[in-house]
Design a protein around this ligand. Structure first.
Ligand code: NAP
Length: 730
């Protein structure tokens, strides 16, 4: 039998936390369903691809990190294509599509994707499909799903076009394939702004489960493929019918229950991600190996020498200050403005829930041995690098997997096949389907529902451990900003945080705390100094210890020119790095009494002057010593305006930091535009940083008499010059 050669294409991904990689792998996994062969590689593996000679279409999936920087794995690639000596037709043979991932809560949305795209164009490369810009801030899938849905026809059209210039047997295969899978148009869809979930593109990438309910037509008519599908559909109807046969009045959908039309709709369910891991559990004594686990190689274990509650008991949020003793690790140095990572474990109670639901409670101390399945259909399948060679089940669930992560649709799809109850099965199908997108967002994404909560609600779902390892991301360490200077606190590192509270919601009967902030808060309870009690160190008690690692130095540092004015905007815990800046400045002033220092402005805001005014005494001390020349305060809930004022009008009583900025618009603008000032913003990314940015734009517009576009350019120029810097957190 002749061996038929399937047309190939290449997928290159640049991932920081695994998101772009998993999307790229998802595309690769679907390729076979479209009669294509996908080769997949990380952009960092330069030896595996040659773009200038690539004869197949290439798909790039790249994320953006930090302040618009490429992921670490993509830095070298970006540098290479930026080489100035490359001729403008260097990539003229390259036909590519690019999917950029980003988050509009942060500056420079999708910057890495945009940079690569622009440079590829400059080097003569050709788009075969419009670039997608997916926004994690509003839900990647809004752009992602239709982009992937449309890409298959575009790849086939591109292969066809590229092959038409060559005379190969491939061409015949393609024309056969085109007959089987006619493309809706001969040219690819290139206007991505047309993409929406309502787009009426046919897709064989998505398995059409066609679970039509309601009248329950016969399997032949509806496409219900088996007796069990019919049973599932029936049982959904039965579940909404009470014992007397009356229809149950379900007025609101919930996590586990849908309403018509969704409950009666045919579903487009994603293809089942091919399983690729085999897990063996061995009864071994692994304790010794675990003690020298991979984490301790990169993180330092340091004692918490002080813990202070900075807010009053009745405050909306509880803010804590912790002090770490880093003196035993001379290489652990930092500057004010730097941040560091804290390693935190998953909650023991949640690990227990998962262990029970997996039926592994008696095997928690067994050693996990992983292997890639020989028969896997997943391309480029490999062992996850974040799972140590030998670890117990309990260790894996405690330290390696982000069990709190929001289950993705592909994971829900995989869970469908591990669910016994047909009603629950159908609901999981709905939640991962195209039609159930709104319910997915409402009950899973927006509430940050986690696996343990999902498994509690879907009681007949019992996934194997391998599925969790395949679908849950690596447990990430959590970043915090330093709130101290080593000039003031040698050998110490201080930081502050609020304890995140997630409210109860459908699927979460009781609220819960954020993983790391809740864990830290519990850990320091024995040594915590509460308001009104005298500050003391932990005295006799053994201080708790945590694992930390400094982050590679960023750009959020005070200007090296002490005469440059500093304008700092940091409401709430966003004030953290500025405490470090001011501690440093105070000591520099003391050590250099004749030196000239620029003005320092701090715009701070909190809810109540007497409740959550963080570092009050220290800030007042900076003002008295002249280190802080202007402290501009606002208390959002002490004197609340009837309605938030328009951005261009400063309110009589400023509520938020941006209102104070407006009140001092003239001076702040002068400092920025005429005196080389640097402006720093730290704190909440979602609302505050955006509103402050709008206000700054408004200030530029008013002070310089510019139109909106030029004001925007002015701010962009300040960013470029590193005189407008943000350290913001979502
Ligand atoms: P917060 O929730 O941001 O609240 C601080 C003040 O800002 C409150 O008075 C609040 O007023 C006000 N505010 C609300 N919306 C605003 C807006 N659109 N513009 C300006 N001000 C607004 O303070 P937080 O609890 O301390 O949280 C700060 C954020 O920064 C968190 O997201 C935190 O994760 C992040 N952060 C993290 C680090 C770190 O080290 N990882 C460091 C600093 C900050 P109302 O509530 O009365 O509206």
């Amino acid at each position: 039998m002749p061996c038929e050669k399937k047309p190939r294409f290449l997928i290159l991904y640049g991932s920081q936390k695994g998101q772009a990689q998993s999307i790229a792998e998802g595309i690769a996994d679907e390729a076979a369903d479209h009669g294509l062969v996908a080769e997949i590689s990380c952009l960092s593996r330069h030896e595996e691809y040659k773009l200038e000679r690539e004869s197949a279409p290439v798909i790039f999936v790249v994320s953006t990190t930090g302040d618009g920087e490429p992921p670490d794995t993509t830095l070298k690639f970006v540098k290479t294509i930026r080489t100035k000596t490359l001729p403008s037709d260097y990539l003229k043979n390259l036909h590519y599509a690019l999917l950029a991932l980003g988050d509009t809560n942060y500056a420079n949305f999708c910057n890495c994707g945009k940079t690569i795209d622009k440079r590829l164009q400059e080097l003569g490369a050709n788009h075969f499909y419009a670039t997608g810009h997916a926004d994690d801030g509003t839900g990647l899938e809004v752009v992602l799903d239709p982009w992937i849905e449309g890409v298959w026809d575009a790849i086939k059209a591109a292969i066809s076009k590229m092959a038409s210039t060559r005379d190969t047997p491939l061409k015949e295969n393609l024309s056969d394939m085109a007959k089987e899978n006619p493309s809706p148009t001969s040219s690819p869809h290139v206007e991505l702004n047309r993409l929406s979930l309502a787009d009426n593109q046919t897709s064989d990438s998505i398995k059409d489960s066609k679970l039509t309910l309601g009248g329950l037509p016969s399997p032949e008519v509806t496409g219900l493929s088996s007796k069990s599908d019919v049973a599932a559909a029936k049982s959904v109807q039965e579940a909404q019918t009470d014992q007397t046969g009356e229809e149950r009045a379900v007025s609101e959908p919930s996590l586990t229950c849908s309403l018509p039309s969704l409950s009666q709709s045919s579903l487009n369910v994603p293809a089942l991600p091919p399983p690729y891991l085999e897990v063996a559990l061995l009864l071994e004594d692994t304790k010794e190996k675990l003690n020298s686990s991979m984490h301790t190689e990169t993180f330092y274990e340091v004692p918490v020498t002080n813990a202070v509650q900075m807010t009053k008991g009745d405050s909306v949020k509880k803010a804590l200050l912790l002090e770490l003793d880093i003196s035993a690790h001379p290489t652990m140095t930092y500057m004010p403005g730097d941040s560091f990572d804290v390693l935190c474990p998953n909650r023991a109670s949640e690990v227990d829930t998962v262990l029970h639901r997996l039926g592994l409670q008696d095997k928690r101390h067994h050693c996990v041995q992983l292997a890639v399945r020989r028969d896997t259909k997943k391309r480029g399948a490999q062992l996850p690098p974040h799972i140590p060679d030998k670890c117990t089940v309990q260790y894996l669930l405690t330290w390696c997997l982000e069990i709190r992560s929001v289950p993705k649709k592909a994971f829900l799809r995989a869970l469908v096949d591990c669910t016994g109850d047909s009603v629950q099965k159908r609901r999981l199908q709905e939640l991962c389907s195209k039609q159930g997108s709104a319910d997915y967002n409402r009950f899973i994404r927006d509430t940050s529902l986690c696996l343990a909560e999902l498994l509690t609600e879907f009681s007949s779902c019992t996934p194997p451990l391998s599925l969790l390892i395949e679908h849950l991301p690596k447990l990430q360490s959590r970043p915090y900003s330093a709130a101290s200077s080593t000039l003031r606190h040698p050998g110490r590192l201080r930081f502050i945080f609020t304890v995140v509270e997630l409210p109860a919601c459908p699927g979460r009967p009781e609220g819960r705390q954020g993983l790391c902030s809740g864990w830290l808060s519990d850990l320091v309870t024995p040594i915590l100094v509460r308001p009104g009690t005298p500050e003391s160190s932990c005295g006799q008690a053994l201080p708790p210890k945590i694992h930390v690692k400094m982050r590679l130095s960023g750009t959020f540092h005070a200007s090296s020119d002490p005469t440059a004015p500093l304008i700092m905007v940091g409401p709430g815990t966003g004030v953290a790095p500025f405490i470090g800046f001011l501690q440093q400045r105070e000591i520099e002033r003391r050590n250099n009494p004749d030196a000239v220092f620029g003005e320092t402005w701090l715009f701070f805001g909190c809810r109540h002057k007497d409740g959550d005014y963080l570092f009050r005494e220290e800030l007042e001390g900076f003002v008295s010593s002249g280190t802080l020349t202007h402290l501009k305060l606002c208390f959002s809930r002490d004197a609340v305006e009837e309605a938030a004022p328009a951005v261009s009008q400063p309110p009589a009583c400023p509520r938020y930091v941006q209102h104070n900025l407006l009140l001092h618009s003239q001076r702040v603008s002068q400092l920025l535009l005429l005196h080389n000032a640097c402006l720093y913003v730290c704190g909440d990314a979602k609302n505050m940083a955006k509103d402050v940015n709008d206000t700054l734009m408004e200030m530029m517009r008013a002070e310089l008499k510019l139109d909106q576009l030029d004001a925007m350019k002015k701010l962009a120029a300040l960013r470029e010059e590193k005189r407008y810097l943000q350290d913001i957190w979502g």
